[in-house]
Design a protein around this ligand. Structure first.
Ligand code: HEM
Length: 222
């Protein structure tokens, strides 16, 4: 490894540690919330729990559990040396992520169809599109891996990774916004102007940035 590469890794290390702490923290919250919702009656604690609604509860709380699993595994998948050294681990983790993402998307979509989101139709639309895109990317990543098309597989897998992280990005946008503005244009029902932008802003700009990067990477150098 060159000195330049070593220095780059050392410079990025604090950022990676911070990312690991944030991802683990949110995944632990999501896993705990999901497990409690499956096992306990949370109607006094959260509007997300549906009293007597077995299907809606299984859909939304299992999506939290499997979302946490996908989120913890996803950051390891693009690491090249891990893939080269332990290809079997990449394959197993990949299958777990794809399966978990499909359940997460279907669970979220079922909950939206049965209950709707807290803020109504526009948030339903933003989150339903999010779920549909996750479903599509998970299926495409699996299809191209099975066909042995590594280039296309890695593109779809990267799109899926961005979407898996979207759920965390949604919360991070709120943490940053509230610390800067004390919650301007936002309210508890998530119907303020800031909230309305967020229905789409936690995944759309990041997917667009990824598309630009993927195209720039493919463009021939003149
Ligand atoms: C890795 C991915 C995901 C994780 C870890 C995750 C986790 C969570 C958690 C923890 C909550 C509880 C709310 C909170 O405490 O903030 C939640 C709510 C929700 N999630 Fe997800 N989620 C993921 C992906 C998705 C997807 C793809 C969809 C869309 C189909 C979705 C739809 C929903 C809906 C509709 C709610 C309830 C919103 C409301 O009305 O408050 N989630 N999610």
């Amino acid at each position: 490894m060159t000195l330049r590469k070593r220095l780059a890794i050392m410079a990025g290390f604090p950022g990676l540690v911070l990312l690991a702490v944030v991802v683990t923290g949110f995944a632990a919250y999501s896993l705990r919330f999901g497990l409690r919702g499956i096992g306990l009656d949370l109607s006094d604690e959260t509007y997300i729990y549906t009293p007597g609604g077995t299907v809606a509860n299984i859909a939304i709380f299992s999506h939290m559990i499997l979302g946490a699993v996908a989120m913890v595994l996803v950051p390891f998948q693009p690491v090249a040396w891990l893939r080269r050294r332990y290809p079997w681990l990449h394959r197993i983790a990949g299958r777990v992520i794809v399966t978990a993402s499909i359940v997460v998307a279907l669970g979220g979509l079922a909950y939206i169809a049965l209950r709707g989101t807290i803020a109504g139709p526009l948030m339903d639309a933003g989150f339903a599109l999010y779920g549909a895109l996750m479903l599509c990317c998970a299926v495409q990543a699996l299809r191209h891996a099975r066909a042995g098309d590594v280039a296309r597989h890695s593109e779809w897998a990267l799109r899926l990774a961005v979407l898996v992280m979207g759920s965390l990005i949604f919360r991070l946008h709120y943490v940053i916004w509230y610390s800067l503005t004390d919650g301007l244009w936002s309210n508890a029902q998530l119907t303020g102007p800031f909230d309305q932008v967020q229905y789409f802003a936690f995944y759309m700009p990041y997917l667009a940035a990824l598309e630009i990067w993927l195209r720039a990477r493919k463009a021939p150098v003149s």
